[in-house]
Design a protein around this ligand. Structure first.
Ligand SMILES: [Zn+2]
Length: 505
């Protein structure tokens, strides 16, 4: 058997997250895996390739626990949108996508994440009216071509937003009701069998690009659909992610439908487990958190998206105290507008602090950085091989330029990665032992050559979705009157004593 390629990284400093330190360290890499970490001058085979990391701070690749590759072509299209308005805008901002658009959107997202120090992502990708094996393969190819690790899940449901919000359609003039028909999704069986086909035909190396299943929002799915997704995930060893208790409208609807929280309902259906992750969880109560902790499930915190859509601020301290695995994500560019995990970490830290002056309830920078690496990796189902720079883990390493403005001076590596870094110091990025960003540029990708392609796609989609945009404008007013009204339904969250959560009552 041929010996695997050996690489030794010399002269850099390696963050020690817990100690807030950055001691000098050399790293020996065999194939795609870290073999040994040692003091400067670490012994390496004579034929090992040497990477010079002088003047660099190395940290584990950031892991984006929740995003949507399809959202990238829609960056910046909205401003004062609630989650419910964003769902109403979906046909306008995401409609009429060709397989090439799906590839391009996902590729741009991967490129942005890599350039900003993120080496793996959990991508929930949407196709209307049902997923297709070809569409999913196009998105997988985008990550493969960018050289990024990903968990890729068809984002699915069997009911549209308009079918599941009690009273919403009734509140509309008859003329508008016809519009809502155009949101109707494919029948349950068609969607489930498309997922099965995609999982069966998976052609990517699952260490790099792994499939998952994403029943998008629990009440957008019938019980047989949810359990159908669960059975498929089990059969193919795929993780599951869902948007759970993201907005107050969602918890109010859950109470109306089931007399339960979404988490309670999923638990009742037997869907919680170590392979299950919640995206958002802004409106989780202590009982929900306990259920998730008991099942070893994860919550991926997306503070940027939660703020932008007015959903509130998740109780991340409560989750950690109760033993829930916590990850961090950006959410899609259509609701957070960038794919910057440094910003997501900074907001995760600040959001925990804005809740009140009790510093015991705050997240520390080391907790945030661990959540954005190990925590997210666990949510992706990569917990045993991604998220740390340690022997046996994949060599996913970010190299920050210590001569960049963010690091003059370097006082505390952990605090500065979370609070100071904004992505502009990312010099190089390695995924699985392979350099994918070098000297601030993607390796083998000429972004300038994409400019014309992206503009052509944007212009064509704007034209193709002009009718959908008009439909959004017709529906916007009624959705934006009805849903905030529904959100005024009293709903008490049993949070921790001493906190300041008045905004959630
Ligand atoms: Zn999302």
């Amino acid at each position: 058997m041929a010996r695997k390629k050996m690489v030794v990284v010399r002269g850099g400093r390696l963050v020690d997250i817990a100690k807030h330190a950055a001691p000098p360290a050399d790293i020996l890499i065999e194939g795609d895996t870290v073999k040994e970490i040692g003091r400067p001058g670490l012994a390496a085979p004579a034929d090992a390739e040497v990477i010079d990391a002088k003047g660099m701070l190395m940290h584990p690749g950031l892991v984006n626990g929740h995003t949507h590759g399809h959202g990238v072509l829609a960056k910046g299209m909205g401003d004062k949108w609630t989650l419910e308005l964003l769902l109403t805008a979906a046909p306008w901002i995401g409609g009429n996508r060709t397989a090439e658009d799906k590839y391009l959107s996902t590729f741009l997202g991967a490129a942005e994440m890599l350039l900003k120090g993120c080496t793996a992502a959990y991508d929930l990708t949407f196709e209307f009216p049902a997923p297709t094996p070809e569409g999913i393969a196009a998105c997988g190819q985008a990550y493969a071509d960018a050289g990024m690790r990903a968990v890729l899940a068809p984002m699915v449901a069997d009911f549209s937003f308009f079918e599941v919000i009690p009273g919403l359609v009734d509140a509309m003039p008859a003329a508008l009701r016809a519009d809502t028909e155009r949101y109707r999704l494919a029948p349950r069986q068609q969607t489930l069998s498309a997922i099965r086909k995609a999982l069966k035909a998976w052609k990517f190396d699952q260490d790099l690009i792994k499939p998952a299943v994403a029943p998008t929002i629990p009440h957008h799915c019938s019980d047989p659909f949810l359990t159908g997704c669960f059975r498929l995930a089990r059969e193919f060893g795929a993780p599951i992610q869902s948007h759970v208790q993201e907005s107050k409208v969602q918890v109010v609807v859950g109470q109306k439908l089931w007399g339960l929280t979404q988490t309670g309902h999923l638990d009742k259906l037997g869907m919680l487990g170590p392979d299950f992750s919640v995206a958002h969880g802004v409106w989780l109560d202590r009982d929900d958190m306990r259920r998730l902790a008991d099942h070893g499930s994860s919550v991926v915190h997306n503070p940027g998206s939660n703020m932008r859509l007015g959903n509130g601020i998740a109780d991340t301290r409560g989750m950690l105290d109760l033993g829930v695995n916590l990850g961090v994500g950006t959410d899609g560019a259509s609701c957070s507008d960038n794919q910057n995990m440094y910003e997501a970490m900074r907001l995760a830290s600040f959001a925990s602090k804005v809740r009140g002056p009790d510093t015991d309830r705050w997240l520390s920078t080391d907790e945030v950085l661990i959540a954005a690496t190990e925590g997210s990796a666990k949510a992706l189902g990569f917990g045993d091989k991604v998220g740390r720079i340690a022997p046996g883990y994949k060599a996913d390493i970010v190299f920050l330029d210590l001569a960049a403005i963010n690091w003059l001076p370097l006082n505390d590596a952990t605090n500065q990665i979370v609070h100071t870094e904004d992505g502009t110091s990312v010099h190089s990025v390695m995924v699985g032992g392979r350099m994918v960003v070098r000297d601030r540029k993607l390796v083998g990708v000429d972004l300038a050559s994409l400019v014309g392609k992206v503009e052509a796609a944007r212009a064509r989609l704007a034209k193709a979705n002009a009718e959908n945009k008009k439909m959004f404008e017709r529906l916007e007013g009624v959705v934006n009157r009805f849903c905030p009204g529904l959100a005024r339904t009293p709903y008490h969250i049993d949070h921790f004593a001493g906190g300041h959560h008045d905004h959630q009552h």
